[in-house]
Design a protein around this ligand. Sequence first.
Ligand SMILES: [Cu+2]
Length: 260
Amino acid sequence: MKILMTTLGLGFLMFSVACQSQSANRQVNDAQLSAAVKSKLTSDTRLASLTDLDVKAENGKVSLSGEAESEEVKRLSEETAQGVSGVARVVNNLEVTPKAETAEAHFVDFAGNPVGTALLTEESGGVKFHFKLNKLPAGFHGIHVHEKGDCTKPDFKSAGKHFNPEARQHGAANPKGFHAGDLGNIEVGSGGTADLEVTAPQLTLKASDHSLIRPGGTAIIIHAGRDDEKSDPSGNSGNPIACGVVDKAAYTHTAIHTNR
Ligand SMILES: [Cu+2]
């Protein structure tokens, strides 16, 4: 009887040791598998827009969470994870959060010194411009989108006329107005800086004859004086003092906070 008990006890001990090492192995395998899947997903350029990606693995079952830019990216992520050796099943918890259409402009003055940025975001009511400007003369300045993406120094005449796809006259106060590219005035403070938002209802960043993203591009010009918002063609706003080409480069947070 005693021998039987001992044998049973020993057997149980061996069984539990085996179980423990099996579960330790499984944990190692799970960690390796999730790392392998994560590395595969993050190295795939088609999935570059995945953010906050988290991969968990449990006995060959792999769960993906984070944010995907589109349904297509979500589907491709699942397919890619499924292709990793050792993956039995993929639970796709990726959330689809479309990125806004954005563009940016980096302003320079007549000497080429950087004087601030504009971040452009497509919204339901038009294009929102967030200006962060510095080293400009205090006071009001007319500001417009011009029809060519060319800021050749020092006078910026290369940017052409106001962007005006509807062939209207200048200014919101003009009965025949206004140019789609008329952005009114910005006020620069005594320190030479401005931080403000303007929304232009007739502009878009999407494909359209009102799009700022067009062959030859567009530019934003800041003028020396105040725009009276009625005198054609430029509101008597004086010479251009700063210019920035509208660029649909990927928006980065650092871009708007550091003046490149
Ligand atoms: Cu102008």
